[in-house]
Design a protein around this ligand. Structure first.
Ligand code: HEM
Length: 408
């Protein structure tokens, strides 16, 4: 049907409404498309019978207050067989009580102490990278900063030798294609092979920690215990690979997309340079303004009403986090980038029981990166037509050539 018509009454007329995942360029300039969808059909029924929500209030209701989960009423992950579902043990794809048990055990390793011991290491790395590029007046914001920082923190977190970080990032990027089998059938073989290689690699590290316990997060996961309960080898393996997949590209996207914002809005970059205590609120604004993960999914377990439309039980419902982040009912002038904004919380880390477990780590990485960049450099210049997107499911730049001047 024509994707420009407005639906009538309480019925959702199926359509992509200009946000067709296979044809629209949703990486470089997504916001006008999502705005159009939110205005024309905020509770959207797609031609493939999935639903999409783009109002802030509806998304909060779905994530925090609905009877829903990651598996359908029969306990199946959409698109997977029973056998595949049973073999999946990463917490983001589990429902309670299994989800809560895994999350509790893994959270034990994400202590403020574990994170704070990583801070000086990340600061040293950023300083060394920026020392190296400073005399050149030019850098690749992805390779030299946005990828380097989370790769180093992931290595520290899981006790992976730093020199293996490039191999690791390549493997992780391949593994993410497994999440979109239909969209990338040609990559499935490579993706499966990458999972096997990563699994073998992680198993060696896990075995080492069983023999000689370590302080890193992987070491803590190996020994994490609650009421006599521990992670099995398979659970341990899937949580550690899952952490890599959930944390690496996403944080790269946050830092890289954030630096693009700073080059577009130099006055905001100067504001941060003048007041480094704004770094954390700058991170929140970058997360709101250019989220690297535009959507998340829930499956409803009962008929549920959103903005006057009832979505039936067992429907796949996508929360368009990127749309909610610019809902004008919650953010004044939502298309304005303002690092001192102090309004509703953005939706970029999801919500409810699956709220991102790595949010503090991601924030710390980006805070250090933005603060150091603003203190040392000015006039960040990016020719946006030269940005290359990583071959990723998400909004992750693969390369951003940039020029800058050194601050006196
Ligand atoms: C800017 C960076 C990041 C973004 C934008 C992001 C975003 C998200 C989103 C949207 C979800 C799904 C939430 C939901 O459906 O309600 C999620 C879950 C998760 N994230 Fe992150 N994430 C980031 C960084 C990280 C990092 C650094 C780690 C760990 C090292 C991590 C670990 C996880 C885990 C374990 C879950 C699943 C939690 C659960 O199911 O209980 N994330 N993240």
């Amino acid at each position: 049907m024509d994707n420009t018509e407005s639906p009538s009454g309480g019925d959702a007329i199926p359509g992509w409404y200009g946000v067709d995942p296979t044809t629209t360029n949703l990486k470089m300039n997504p916001h006008a498309h999502y705005k159009h969808l939110r205005e024309i059909q905020p509770v959207n029924l797609t031609p493939v019978d999935d639903w999409r929500l783009s109002n802030y209030a509806d998304i909060q209701k779905l994530l925090k207050h609905s009877h829903s989960g990651m598996r359908d009423i029969d306990g199946l992950i959409p698109g997977e067989t029973r056998e595949q579902t049973n073999a999946t043990k990463f917490m983001l794809r589990m429902d309670p009580p299994d989800h809560d048990r895994l999350r509790n055990l893994v959270s034990k390793a994400f202590t403020p102490r574990a994170l704070s011991t990583m801070r000086p290491m990340i600061e040293r790395l950023v300083v060394a990278e920026l020392d190296r590029v400073a005399p050149l007046g030019a850098m690749d914001l992805v390779a030299d900063l946005a990828l380097a920082v989370p790769a180093a923190s992931m290595c520290a977190m899981l006790g992976i030798p730093f020199e293996d970080r490039h191999k690791l990032t390549d493997l992780v990027s391949l593994v993410t294609y497994r999440l979109a089998k239909q969209a990338y059938p040609e990559l499935q073989e490579q993706s499966e092979a990458a999972i096997m290689e990563l699994a073998q690699y992680m198993l060696v590290l896990i075995e080492e920690r069983r023999e000689n316990p370590t302080e890193d997060i992987l070491g803590q996961l190996v020994t994490a215990e609650e009421s006599g309960d521990r992670l099995s080898n398979d659970e341990l393996l899937q949580q550690s690979i899952g952490l890599l997949v959930a944390g690496l590209e996403t944080t790269t996207g946050l830092i890289a997309n954030g630096m693009v914002c700073f080059s577009r809005y130099p006055e905001e970059f100067e504001k941060l340079a003048d007041d480094p205590t704004l770094a954390l609120s700058a991170v929140e604004e970058c997360l709101r303004f250019e989220p690297s993960i535009p959507i998340t999914l829930r499956i409803l377990w009962e008929d549920t009403e959103f903005s006057g439309i009832t979505i039936p039980a067992n429907a796949n419902v996508y929360a368009l986090l990127i749309g909610a982040n610019r809902d004008p009912l919650y953010f004044t002038e939502p298309d304005r980038f303002d690092i001192s904004r102090n309004e509703a919380k953005h939706c970029s880390f999801g919500g409810g029981i699956h709220f991102c477990l790595g949010s503090h780590l991601a924030r710390m990485n980006a805070e250090i990166a933005f603060q150091q960049m603003a203190q040392r450099f000015t006039a960040i210049e990016i020719d946006e037509s030269s940005i290359q997107w990583a071959p990723s499911l998400f909004r992750i730049p693969g390369s951003i050539p940039a020029r800058f001047q050194r601050r006196n």
